[in-house]
Design a protein around this ligand. Structure first.
Ligand code: PMP
Length: 339
Protein backbone atom coordinates (compact mmCIF):
# COMPACT_ATOMS: atom_id res chain seq x y z
CA UNK A 1 0.00 0.00 0.00
CA UNK A 2 1.16 3.50 -0.78
CA UNK A 3 2.38 4.91 2.58
CA UNK A 4 1.30 8.38 1.51
CA UNK A 5 -2.31 7.18 1.47
CA UNK A 6 -2.06 6.56 5.23
CA UNK A 7 -1.16 10.14 6.19
CA UNK A 8 -3.55 13.08 5.84
CA UNK A 9 -2.62 15.34 2.91
CA UNK A 10 -0.39 18.28 3.82
CA UNK A 11 -1.42 20.54 0.97
CA UNK A 12 -4.88 21.48 -0.14
CA UNK A 13 -6.87 23.19 -2.88
CA UNK A 14 -8.80 26.46 -2.48
CA UNK A 15 -11.73 24.81 -0.71
CA UNK A 16 -9.39 24.47 2.30
CA UNK A 17 -8.24 28.08 2.12
CA UNK A 18 -11.42 29.98 2.87
CA UNK A 19 -11.16 32.06 6.05
CA UNK A 20 -8.17 32.45 8.38
CA UNK A 21 -7.89 36.02 7.12
CA UNK A 22 -5.60 38.58 8.78
CA UNK A 23 -6.88 41.17 11.26
CA UNK A 24 -5.71 44.57 10.04
CA UNK A 25 -5.27 47.61 12.30
CA UNK A 26 -6.89 50.79 10.98
CA UNK A 27 -4.22 53.18 12.20
CA UNK A 28 -5.71 56.65 11.97
CA UNK A 29 -9.18 55.67 13.18
CA UNK A 30 -7.60 53.79 16.09
CA UNK A 31 -5.57 56.86 16.99
CA UNK A 32 -8.57 59.19 16.69
CA UNK A 33 -10.71 57.08 19.01
CA UNK A 34 -8.10 55.71 21.43
CA UNK A 35 -9.36 52.22 20.61
CA UNK A 36 -7.96 49.38 18.54
CA UNK A 37 -10.16 49.42 15.44
CA UNK A 38 -9.46 46.19 13.58
CA UNK A 39 -10.80 44.81 10.29
CA UNK A 40 -10.97 41.18 9.13
CA UNK A 41 -9.38 41.20 5.66
CA UNK A 42 -12.13 39.21 3.97
CA UNK A 43 -11.24 40.38 0.46
CA UNK A 44 -8.26 37.98 0.79
CA UNK A 45 -10.56 34.96 0.48
CA UNK A 46 -10.23 32.97 -2.80
CA UNK A 47 -13.37 34.59 -4.28
CA UNK A 48 -12.47 38.00 -2.87
CA UNK A 49 -15.16 38.41 -0.21
CA UNK A 50 -16.59 37.39 3.16
CA UNK A 51 -19.23 35.42 1.24
CA UNK A 52 -16.81 32.60 0.45
CA UNK A 53 -17.38 31.45 4.04
CA UNK A 54 -21.15 31.20 3.57
CA UNK A 55 -20.76 29.59 0.12
CA UNK A 56 -18.44 26.90 1.48
CA UNK A 57 -20.63 26.33 4.55
CA UNK A 58 -23.77 25.92 2.41
CA UNK A 59 -22.07 23.55 -0.08
CA UNK A 60 -20.52 21.42 2.67
CA UNK A 61 -23.82 21.19 4.56
CA UNK A 62 -25.75 20.26 1.39
CA UNK A 63 -23.29 17.57 0.32
CA UNK A 64 -23.29 16.10 3.85
CA UNK A 65 -27.10 15.92 3.62
CA UNK A 66 -26.85 14.15 0.25
CA UNK A 67 -28.43 17.09 -1.60
CA UNK A 68 -25.48 17.60 -3.95
CA UNK A 69 -23.93 15.08 -6.33
CA UNK A 70 -20.91 15.65 -8.57
CA UNK A 71 -22.04 17.46 -11.69
CA UNK A 72 -24.94 19.17 -9.88
CA UNK A 73 -26.12 22.64 -10.86
CA UNK A 74 -26.16 25.33 -8.16
CA UNK A 75 -28.55 28.25 -8.52
CA UNK A 76 -28.57 31.36 -6.35
CA UNK A 77 -29.96 34.86 -6.18
CA UNK A 78 -27.09 37.11 -5.14
CA UNK A 79 -25.75 40.66 -5.24
CA UNK A 80 -22.63 39.00 -6.68
CA UNK A 81 -20.22 37.93 -3.97
CA UNK A 82 -22.03 34.75 -2.92
CA UNK A 83 -22.31 33.87 -6.60
CA UNK A 84 -18.57 34.36 -7.07
CA UNK A 85 -17.84 32.11 -4.08
CA UNK A 86 -20.31 29.44 -5.21
CA UNK A 87 -18.91 29.49 -8.75
CA UNK A 88 -15.25 29.12 -7.75
CA UNK A 89 -15.87 26.57 -5.00
CA UNK A 90 -18.27 24.83 -7.38
CA UNK A 91 -15.47 24.48 -9.93
CA UNK A 92 -13.24 23.01 -7.21
CA UNK A 93 -15.93 20.51 -6.19
CA UNK A 94 -17.38 19.62 -9.61
CA UNK A 95 -20.59 21.70 -9.76
CA UNK A 96 -21.80 24.29 -12.27
CA UNK A 97 -23.55 27.50 -11.27
CA UNK A 98 -26.44 29.66 -12.45
CA UNK A 99 -26.47 33.12 -10.89
CA UNK A 100 -29.51 35.43 -10.77
CA UNK A 101 -28.36 39.00 -10.05
CA UNK A 102 -30.16 42.38 -10.08
CA UNK A 103 -28.98 44.45 -13.06
CA UNK A 104 -28.30 47.36 -10.66
CA UNK A 105 -25.21 45.60 -9.26
CA UNK A 106 -21.79 46.75 -10.43
CA UNK A 107 -20.78 45.80 -13.99
CA UNK A 108 -17.46 44.56 -12.57
CA UNK A 109 -19.18 41.85 -10.52
CA UNK A 110 -21.47 40.79 -13.39
CA UNK A 111 -18.54 40.57 -15.84
CA UNK A 112 -16.43 38.71 -13.28
CA UNK A 113 -19.18 36.12 -12.73
CA UNK A 114 -19.38 35.50 -16.50
CA UNK A 115 -15.58 35.28 -16.80
CA UNK A 116 -15.45 32.75 -13.97
CA UNK A 117 -17.88 30.54 -15.89
CA UNK A 118 -21.23 31.11 -14.21
CA UNK A 119 -24.38 31.29 -16.29
CA UNK A 120 -25.53 34.79 -15.34
CA UNK A 121 -29.15 35.92 -15.51
CA UNK A 122 -29.55 39.67 -14.88
CA UNK A 123 -33.01 40.76 -13.72
CA UNK A 124 -34.65 44.11 -12.86
CA UNK A 125 -34.36 45.01 -9.17
CA UNK A 126 -37.65 44.25 -7.39
CA UNK A 127 -38.58 44.24 -3.69
CA UNK A 128 -38.77 40.92 -1.83
CA UNK A 129 -42.58 41.03 -1.86
CA UNK A 130 -42.60 41.00 -5.68
CA UNK A 131 -42.53 37.55 -7.40
CA UNK A 132 -39.94 39.02 -9.82
CA UNK A 133 -37.41 39.51 -6.98
CA UNK A 134 -34.10 37.78 -7.83
CA UNK A 135 -34.39 35.31 -4.93
CA UNK A 136 -37.80 34.09 -5.99
CA UNK A 137 -36.58 33.65 -9.57
CA UNK A 138 -33.66 31.52 -8.32
CA UNK A 139 -36.00 29.42 -6.14
CA UNK A 140 -38.43 28.83 -9.03
CA UNK A 141 -35.56 27.83 -11.36
CA UNK A 142 -34.40 25.28 -8.78
CA UNK A 143 -37.92 23.88 -8.46
CA UNK A 144 -38.46 23.68 -12.23
CA UNK A 145 -35.08 22.23 -13.19
CA UNK A 146 -34.21 20.14 -10.13
CA UNK A 147 -31.19 22.34 -9.35
CA UNK A 148 -29.74 23.01 -5.87
CA UNK A 149 -30.85 26.40 -4.50
CA UNK A 150 -28.26 27.75 -2.02
CA UNK A 151 -30.89 30.02 -0.39
CA UNK A 152 -28.27 32.07 1.48
CA UNK A 153 -30.83 34.36 3.17
CA UNK A 154 -32.81 31.62 4.91
CA UNK A 155 -30.37 28.69 4.95
CA UNK A 156 -28.79 28.78 8.40
CA UNK A 157 -25.73 26.85 7.20
CA UNK A 158 -24.71 30.42 6.32
CA UNK A 159 -24.59 31.76 9.88
CA UNK A 160 -23.21 28.44 11.12
CA UNK A 161 -20.16 28.98 8.87
CA UNK A 162 -19.48 32.26 10.70
CA UNK A 163 -20.14 30.65 14.09
CA UNK A 164 -17.54 28.01 13.23
CA UNK A 165 -14.92 30.21 11.54
CA UNK A 166 -15.24 34.02 11.78
CA UNK A 167 -16.09 34.04 15.49
CA UNK A 168 -13.32 31.66 16.64
CA UNK A 169 -10.75 33.44 14.43
CA UNK A 170 -11.57 36.84 15.97
CA UNK A 171 -11.50 35.38 19.49
CA UNK A 172 -8.11 33.77 18.83
CA UNK A 173 -6.55 36.69 16.96
CA UNK A 174 -7.45 39.16 19.72
CA UNK A 175 -6.57 36.60 22.44
CA UNK A 176 -10.04 37.13 23.84
CA UNK A 177 -9.53 40.90 24.13
CA UNK A 178 -12.28 41.83 21.65
CA UNK A 179 -14.85 44.13 23.30
CA UNK A 180 -17.22 44.73 20.37
CA UNK A 181 -18.06 43.22 16.98
CA UNK A 182 -19.67 45.39 14.31
CA UNK A 183 -21.22 44.32 10.98
CA UNK A 184 -23.85 45.34 8.48
CA UNK A 185 -26.51 42.95 7.20
CA UNK A 186 -27.08 41.39 3.81
CA UNK A 187 -28.30 37.94 4.76
CA UNK A 188 -27.29 38.54 8.40
CA UNK A 189 -25.11 35.42 8.41
CA UNK A 190 -21.91 37.28 9.35
CA UNK A 191 -23.49 39.34 12.14
CA UNK A 192 -25.56 36.49 13.61
CA UNK A 193 -23.00 33.67 13.52
CA UNK A 194 -20.04 35.75 14.68
CA UNK A 195 -21.84 37.48 17.56
CA UNK A 196 -23.38 34.19 18.71
CA UNK A 197 -19.91 32.62 19.03
CA UNK A 198 -18.33 35.65 20.71
CA UNK A 199 -21.20 36.08 23.21
CA UNK A 200 -20.87 32.42 24.22
CA UNK A 201 -17.22 33.09 25.04
CA UNK A 202 -17.87 36.39 26.80
CA UNK A 203 -21.42 37.82 27.08
CA UNK A 204 -19.97 41.29 27.71
CA UNK A 205 -18.74 41.58 24.11
CA UNK A 206 -21.03 44.13 22.46
CA UNK A 207 -22.94 43.06 19.34
CA UNK A 208 -23.33 46.04 17.02
CA UNK A 209 -25.23 46.43 13.75
CA UNK A 210 -24.18 49.11 11.23
CA UNK A 211 -27.04 49.74 8.82
CA UNK A 212 -27.10 51.74 5.58
CA UNK A 213 -29.99 54.13 4.94
CA UNK A 214 -32.97 52.52 3.18
CA UNK A 215 -32.60 49.32 5.25
CA UNK A 216 -34.70 48.25 8.25
CA UNK A 217 -32.18 46.53 10.51
CA UNK A 218 -31.56 49.57 12.73
CA UNK A 219 -35.32 49.74 13.17
CA UNK A 220 -35.55 45.99 13.88
CA UNK A 221 -32.80 45.90 16.47
CA UNK A 222 -33.71 49.14 18.28
CA UNK A 223 -37.52 49.24 17.95
CA UNK A 224 -38.50 45.63 17.26
CA UNK A 225 -40.21 46.45 13.95
CA UNK A 226 -39.08 46.97 10.35
CA UNK A 227 -41.05 50.20 9.90
CA UNK A 228 -38.21 52.76 9.68
CA UNK A 229 -36.31 52.40 6.43
CA UNK A 230 -36.17 55.89 5.01
CA UNK A 231 -33.34 57.23 2.88
CA UNK A 232 -31.28 55.30 0.37
CA UNK A 233 -27.81 53.87 -0.13
CA UNK A 234 -25.72 52.74 -3.09
CA UNK A 235 -24.00 50.05 -0.98
CA UNK A 236 -24.15 46.64 -2.66
CA UNK A 237 -24.64 43.34 -0.80
CA UNK A 238 -26.22 44.94 2.30
CA UNK A 239 -29.45 46.79 3.07
CA UNK A 240 -31.95 44.29 4.43
CA UNK A 241 -35.64 45.06 5.06
CA UNK A 242 -36.87 41.72 6.45
CA UNK A 243 -35.86 39.37 9.26
CA UNK A 244 -34.21 36.47 7.45
CA UNK A 245 -33.95 33.00 9.04
CA UNK A 246 -30.26 33.76 9.64
CA UNK A 247 -31.35 36.71 11.84
CA UNK A 248 -34.06 34.93 13.79
CA UNK A 249 -33.49 34.99 17.56
CA UNK A 250 -30.57 37.41 17.23
CA UNK A 251 -30.39 40.48 19.51
CA UNK A 252 -28.02 43.43 19.22
CA UNK A 253 -26.69 45.67 21.99
CA UNK A 254 -26.41 48.66 19.65
CA UNK A 255 -27.28 49.68 16.09
CA UNK A 256 -26.25 52.71 14.02
CA UNK A 257 -27.52 54.17 10.75
CA UNK A 258 -24.64 55.25 8.53
CA UNK A 259 -25.12 57.69 5.63
CA UNK A 260 -23.24 56.83 2.41
CA UNK A 261 -21.12 60.00 2.53
CA UNK A 262 -19.70 59.00 5.93
CA UNK A 263 -18.79 55.49 4.70
CA UNK A 264 -17.44 56.78 1.39
CA UNK A 265 -15.13 59.23 3.18
CA UNK A 266 -13.80 56.39 5.34
CA UNK A 267 -13.19 54.18 2.26
CA UNK A 268 -11.33 56.91 0.34
CA UNK A 269 -9.29 57.84 3.43
CA UNK A 270 -8.22 54.20 3.91
CA UNK A 271 -7.17 53.94 0.26
CA UNK A 272 -5.25 57.24 0.26
CA UNK A 273 -3.65 57.06 3.70
CA UNK A 274 -3.40 53.37 4.61
CA UNK A 275 -3.29 51.42 1.33
CA UNK A 276 -6.56 49.59 1.96
CA UNK A 277 -8.81 49.27 -1.13
CA UNK A 278 -12.35 48.44 0.03
CA UNK A 279 -15.99 48.48 -1.05
CA UNK A 280 -18.74 50.58 0.56
CA UNK A 281 -20.11 47.90 2.89
CA UNK A 282 -16.67 47.86 4.56
CA UNK A 283 -16.97 51.63 4.96
CA UNK A 284 -20.41 51.28 6.61
CA UNK A 285 -18.96 48.67 8.98
CA UNK A 286 -15.93 50.78 9.90
CA UNK A 287 -18.05 53.93 10.39
CA UNK A 288 -20.22 51.83 12.74
CA UNK A 289 -17.11 50.75 14.66
CA UNK A 290 -16.06 54.41 15.01
CA UNK A 291 -19.54 55.45 16.23
CA UNK A 292 -19.37 52.72 18.87
CA UNK A 293 -15.86 53.78 19.91
CA UNK A 294 -16.92 57.42 20.26
CA UNK A 295 -19.98 56.50 22.33
CA UNK A 296 -18.21 54.04 24.62
CA UNK A 297 -14.78 55.59 25.04
CA UNK A 298 -11.11 54.72 24.63
CA UNK A 299 -9.36 51.47 25.44
CA UNK A 300 -11.56 49.02 23.55
CA UNK A 301 -10.75 46.42 20.91
CA UNK A 302 -13.41 46.74 18.21
CA UNK A 303 -13.49 44.25 15.34
CA UNK A 304 -15.36 44.65 12.07
CA UNK A 305 -15.45 43.10 8.59
CA UNK A 306 -13.63 44.34 5.49
CA UNK A 307 -16.10 42.56 3.22
CA UNK A 308 -14.64 42.96 -0.27
CA UNK A 309 -12.28 44.99 -2.44
CA UNK A 310 -12.91 48.33 -4.11
CA UNK A 311 -11.82 46.69 -7.38
CA UNK A 312 -15.42 45.49 -7.79
CA UNK A 313 -16.73 49.08 -7.73
CA UNK A 314 -14.16 51.05 -9.75
CA UNK A 315 -16.78 52.28 -12.21
CA UNK A 316 -18.94 53.62 -9.38
CA UNK A 317 -17.56 54.84 -6.06
CA UNK A 318 -14.05 55.41 -7.42
CA UNK A 319 -15.20 57.06 -10.65
CA UNK A 320 -15.19 60.89 -10.55
CA UNK A 321 -18.13 61.37 -12.94
CA UNK A 322 -20.31 58.80 -11.20
CA UNK A 323 -19.55 60.42 -7.84
CA UNK A 324 -20.18 63.95 -9.14
CA UNK A 325 -23.56 62.92 -10.60
CA UNK A 326 -24.57 61.71 -7.13
CA UNK A 327 -23.21 64.80 -5.37
CA UNK A 328 -20.76 62.69 -3.35
CA UNK A 329 -17.33 63.91 -2.23
CA UNK A 330 -14.16 61.90 -1.66
CA UNK A 331 -11.92 64.51 -0.04
CA UNK A 332 -13.89 65.67 3.01
CA UNK A 333 -11.82 65.73 6.22
CA UNK A 334 -12.38 62.49 8.12
CA UNK A 335 -13.32 64.29 11.35
CA UNK A 336 -16.02 66.32 9.57
CA UNK A 337 -18.11 63.26 8.61
CA UNK A 338 -17.63 60.88 11.55
CA UNK A 339 -20.81 60.69 13.60
N1 PMP B 1 -20.75 43.24 2.08
C1 PMP B 1 -20.79 42.74 0.85
C2 PMP B 1 -19.99 43.42 -0.23
C3 PMP B 1 -21.59 41.62 0.56
O1 PMP B 1 -21.62 41.13 -0.69
C4 PMP B 1 -22.34 41.04 1.61
C5 PMP B 1 -23.21 39.85 1.35
N2 PMP B 1 -24.27 40.03 0.48
C6 PMP B 1 -22.28 41.61 2.89
C7 PMP B 1 -21.46 42.70 3.10
C8 PMP B 1 -23.13 41.12 4.04
O2 PMP B 1 -22.84 39.84 4.52
P1 PMP B 1 -23.99 38.90 5.13
O3 PMP B 1 -24.75 38.34 3.95
O4 PMP B 1 -23.25 37.84 5.88
O5 PMP B 1 -24.89 39.71 5.99
Amino acid sequence: MNPLAMTPPRYHGIEHHVGNTPLVRLRRLSELTGCEILGKAEWMNPGGSVKDRAALGILTDASEKGLLRPGATLVEGTAGNTGIGLTLLGHAKGYRSVIVIPETQSPEKILLLRTLGAEVITVPEKPYGDPGNYNHIARRLAEEKGWFWANQFDNTANRLAHYRTTGPEIWGQTRGEVTAFVASVGTGGTLAGTTQFLKERNPKIAAVCADPLGAAMWSWFTQGNTDTKDGESFAEGIGQCRVTKNLEGVAMDHAFRIPDQEALTVVHHLLRDEGLFLGLSSGINIAGAVRFARQHGAGQTIVTILCDSGAKYQSKMFHPEWLAAKGLKTDLPLESVLG
